[in-house]
Design a protein around this ligand. Structure first.
Ligand SMILES: [Zn+2]
Ligand SMILES: [Zn+2]
Ligand SMILES: [Zn+2]
Length: 260
């Protein structure tokens, strides 16, 4: 069943899995065999080992894990809102392909698993920079290892829920339905809000939260993030790498099939 799913070309678009064509059990198989996710699992095991070898007491480890759980959604929120949705990365040649990979491609076609998952080359250093200093300040080596492990674990959870948000199915649990709806609005209604993935606390705090389509006008740049054909003439690098001009909506997509 696992190899059959992995070889099933009807759930792919190009080389990537397409969440718009998959069901939940196919997602589980794709997720649990995906190299980036397996790399995170391996690094969680390494962090755990380092923590165990340098272990002193429980308190600093517990505090640093708690601190990471608090800080993490805020950091992701800030990265998503101000860096990924900032207009500066595509305007510089050296960062244009980074921006394309880390967010533009995901908004151009939100179903493609290959660009939904962050690249480990970008995510792992970011996770390390955010978590290790927090842990180290709280309790030295074991707490730093625990913090890094916690950051990686939260990332795995985020990535799974993010997949569910783009999977062509309606979750059974109402809180997951609500979470999915908010993120779908970020992709198909107005990208200047609902930046959270699993939690919208930061969106409420910083006034970027909206509950439904009536709460916010429809944005014409929801799929291209402001990188339209006109911008592409001035800043051509993302377009050159794509090999095609930016699209105003995903290929052959029918936005209603994404509605949670
Ligand atoms: Zn998304
Ligand atoms: Zn699609
Ligand atoms: Zn976004």
């Amino acid at each position: 069943m696992i190899t059959k799913t992995l070889k099933n070309s009807s759930i792919r678009t190009g080389r990537s899995f397409d969440l718009g064509k998959m069901n939940l059990s196919q997602l589980w198989i794709a997720y649990l065999t995906y190299p980036t996710i397996l790399l995170y699992f391996a690094l969680v095991a390494c962090s755990f080992t380092v923590m165990a070898y340098t272990w002193t007491t429980l308190a600093p480890v517990a505090v640093s894990i708690g601190a990471v759980m608090l800080v993490y959604p805020l950091v992701w929120y800030a990265i998503h809102r101000f860096i990924l949705h900032g207009r500066f990365l595509y305007r510089m040649k050296w960062s244009a392909s980074l921006w394309k990979r880390i967010h533009f491609d995901h908004h151009q076609d939100p179903h493609l698993l290959d660009v939904l998952f962050g690249s480990p080359l970008n995510t792992i250093p970011t996770i390390a920079i955010v978590t290790i200093p927090i842990g180290y300040a709280i309790g030295g080596m074991p707490a730093a290892a625990a913090a890094f492990g916690a950051g990686l674990t939260i990332t795995c959870i985020y990535e799974f829920f993010h997949c569910i948000q783009h999977l062509n199915y309606k979750p059974r649990m109402s809180w997951i339905q609500r979470m999915k709806q908010r993120h779908v609005l970020h992709h198909f209604h107005n990208e200047n809000g609902n930046y959270g993935i699993t939690s919208f606390v930061a969106d409420r705090l910083f006034r970027s939260y909206y509950r439904d389509a009536r709460g916010c006008p429809r944005s014409p740049t929801v799929f291209n993030l402001g990188y339209d054909v006109k911008e592409a003439q001035q800043y051509p690098w993302v377009m050159e790498e794509t090999g095609a001009p930016p699209r105003d909506r995903p290929d052959g997509a029918n936005p209603t099939r994404n509605a949670a």
